[in-house]
Design a binder for this molecule. Structure first.
Ligand code: NAD
Length: 311
């Protein structure tokens, strides 16, 4: 029989990921603190549970897709949280796909290793844990083409592959617990810095009299080429099908970018490492959010700082 999967966090990403597991034939039950999010599943006959602990009792595997570290700690560790029964009769595998700091992933993994032996028939072992954040955004969650960056024991990663491939198409094993989360926040920190860097350079170019489209052609066959110049250009009119061509709507919000930079800076200070560019980028994204661009795509930094104000 196919394993039963308990899915927690039915938001923009999680709702699609849970549906892709159903499509792949897994038995799925769900939990979310938002009743409306759960209703969309119960209306389709999918079992819903009122707490993480209750969900864990009927699941072989748990997947969490929550906003951030505090929510993940809450779902795992509070009274009726996932680890509430000491892991004894619960799932054999837990996968957290939320974007969190690696310290949080490592803490939960450690808490899990302190659980008692799992006595459920078939698994005379301690439960296992993976941090498996994703890149790709909502369209990739819907299409089942996410990229997973996975931290944890390699044998756990191998055992989890079929499940992950029901939701994504590329899996990258990153090493021990927390390394998936580390990879994700480093990627997003570099993405934020490069977006601000090309925005500033395009703005300088315009002030020096060179058109953004010409400068883009040059960047894209020169050493400044990057994702922010050739795939997600922030200057309106240079590319079609990107947020800058539709008033910076849709895409990856400034609010989420600020959250991810916040995680990166918190992790950096947790290990006594300084990231001057990352912390400058965090200040810029905080300012963007304060000045009304919270829900605009993060490439709106170009328009906001260089060519006028967002509403
Ligand atoms: P979302 O806010 O749309 O969904 C989060 C869901 O979690 C909501 O339904 C919320 O009700 C639920 N929730 C919150 N606290 C809870 C709790 N204590 N117990 C149970 N349910 C709870 O967020 P999203 O866009 O789906 O993103 C989820 C994660 O994926 C985030 O960490 C985000 O950074 C990451 N991510 C998002 C994108 C994207 O483009 N949206 C891309 C890559 C990664």
């Amino acid at each position: 029989h196919m394993e039963s999967v308990g899915f927690i966090g039915l938001g923009n990403m999680g709702s699609h990921m849970a549906r892709n597991l159903l499509r792949a034939g897994y038995r799925v039950s769900v939990h979310d603190i938002n009743e409306d999010a759960m209703k969309k599943f119960s209306d389709d006959g999918i079992p819903t549970k009122q707490s993480p602990l209750e969900l864990s009792k009927s699941s072989d595997v748990i997947i969490t897709m929550l906003p951030s570290s505090a929510h993940v700690l809450d779902v795992y560790s509070r009274g009726n949280g996932l680890l509430g029964n000491g892991g004894r009769l619960g799932p054999w595998l837990y996968i957290d796909s939320s974007t969190v700091d690696p310290q949080t992933s490592r803490k939960i993994s450690l808490d899990m290793s302190r659980c008692s032996l799992n006595e459920k028939k078939g698994y005379a072992e301690k439960p296992m844990m993976l941090d498996a954040p994703v890149s790709g955004g909502v369209p990739a969650a819907e299409a089942g083409t996410l990229t997973f960056m996975v931290g944890g024991l390699e044998e756990t990663y191998i055992a989890a592959k079929p499940l992950l491939l029901a939701m994504g198409k590329k899996l990258i094993y990153c090493g021990g617990a927390g390394n998936g989360s580390a990879a994700k926040i480093c990627n997003n920190m570099a993405m934020a810095i490069s977006m601000l860097g090309v925005s500033e350079a395009f703005a300088l170019g315009q002030n020096l009299g060179i058109k953004a489209s010409t400068l883009t052609d040059i960047f894209n066959c020169s050493s400044a080429r990057c994702w922010s110049s050739d795939t997600y250009n922030p200057v309106p009119g240079v590319m079609t099908g990107v947020p800058s061509s539709r008033n910076y709507d849709g895409g990856f919000t400034s609010k989420l970018m600020a959250k991810d930079l916040d995680l990166a800076m918190a992790s950096a200070s947790g290990v006594g490492f300084k990231c001057p560019m990352g912390s400058e980028a965090l200040e810029i994204y905080r300012k963007l959010c304060d000045e009304g661009c919270e829900f605009k795509d993060f490439s709106c930094a170009f328009r906001h700082f260089y060519t006028g104000k967002d509403e």
